[in-house]
Design a protein around this ligand. Sequence first.
Ligand code: ADP
Length: 488
Amino acid sequence: MYIVMISSECAPVAKVGGLGDVVQGLSRELALRGNNVEIILPKYDCMRHDRISDLNKVYEGLWVPFYDRWIHCDVYSGTVDHLKCLFIEPHSEHNFFNRGIFYGNYDDAARFAFFSRAALELMLKTNRHPDIIHCHDWQTGLVPVLLFEIYQRLGMSHPRVCYTLHNVGHQGVTGVHILKQVGLNQNHLFTADRLKDHTYNNAINLMKGGIVFSNFVTTVSPTYANEIHYTELGKGLQTTLQQHSGKFGGVLNGIDYSVWNSEIDPLVPHQYGVHTLNEKVKNKTALRERLMLQPDFKPIIAVVSRLDAQKGTHLILHSIFYALQNRAQFVLLGSASEPHINAQFWDVKRRVNDNPDCHLELSYNEELAHLIYAGADMILIPSIYEPCGLTQLIGLKYGTVPIVRRTGGLADTVFDANYSDRPFEERNGYVFNDLDNQALESALSRALGLWYKYPRYFRQLQESGMNQDYSWNYSGNHYLNIYNFIKA
Ligand code: ADP
């Protein structure tokens, strides 16, 4: 099958969070199964150029309509981890992708609406006729709309579109003028059953457009699919999802075990697996040395996360002090885009700066993330909502016991050591329900208690997690079934 991914992220070249990992991991799985996969991305100035090989200009003079003019683009081809990527580079005074950041500009909606149109224009001009176009999140929500409204008539009548919602917390709510900018008919599309936003009367919703116009819609775990379908976690999209429930389902994300695997991870100083778990402690020592924590007989609790309110930042802050008062060390790697959250964490960082049991690294650092997964004993994910979550899956593979709130994909993948109704060998972590300090503390204290008092059982919990398979094997198959279903 010929599959084109259109995405704003792909790890490791352009990654902000899980979206980048998923596009890379799923594409790799599909390619390994013999499918022809191409990924179309913006050519950001800030992407990791060192992770792209054979970057070559392959198309000059792609002219993309934008408002009342045409913007000239060049297209580059390159290989990222054996995957073929096409990078679109527009040349105009807007400087759409030369901003030094991936997201966070006042005109993000226009930047990615333009990218969506450019991706389709590229496929048309280069005679690409994929069986499936798979697009992701609000940034590419206009792709199926443009395909249906414009490009089908221009000859692209074959492709079917699968659209994945990675996080409905960001829906691309923007002004109606965006439709005109990319050549779409405002009167026809600005209606309640098409792109009109459910909350803001004068706005359109790009994610809603993606849901309405694509052939199949997925989200990244079965529990999150239920939550956004039936509860306020749908953030206003419940009605649209209910209207389109016949083409909607949850497919659990996997992780790429060629990247996230403690047995072969080149960024882990002492590689180890389930049969060589004793080696893990050497990484704990390496982590302590790197972050200047004192050597001591204490477990390390880690957080690796975007510091966004969604991630339960109030609970993360509380857990730092709880850990320090309860004979644990604490390591955090996180970056905040909201200034007030950033300020909160910097404030705490200053307060704990001299504490030899604690280190807060307030940045984005791929290499350090790998060392933390390998060196920590437990990983904490107290999210308010979590569509799938990858850090608990990585933690499981690295024998780092997850402590999570029961929501979304966390509920689908972490099973409580004491209270789960699963067989003992499937239990792999600690789970709490409520969003308050007591619930968090009770899970943390059970995990710390096991580590101190029953190390043999703690090790069993680690081994159970390491033995579970959260690779793309199963989910890759699931996506192929969906592609075949909509292609038929
Ligand atoms: P989200 O997509 O909401 O950010 P996920 O759990 O799905 O959350 O994916 C997070 C991914 O981003 C993981 O691969 C994690 O290791 C990585 N990550 C998050 N924060 C950082 C950071 N500060 N430095 C390095 N990697 C990070």
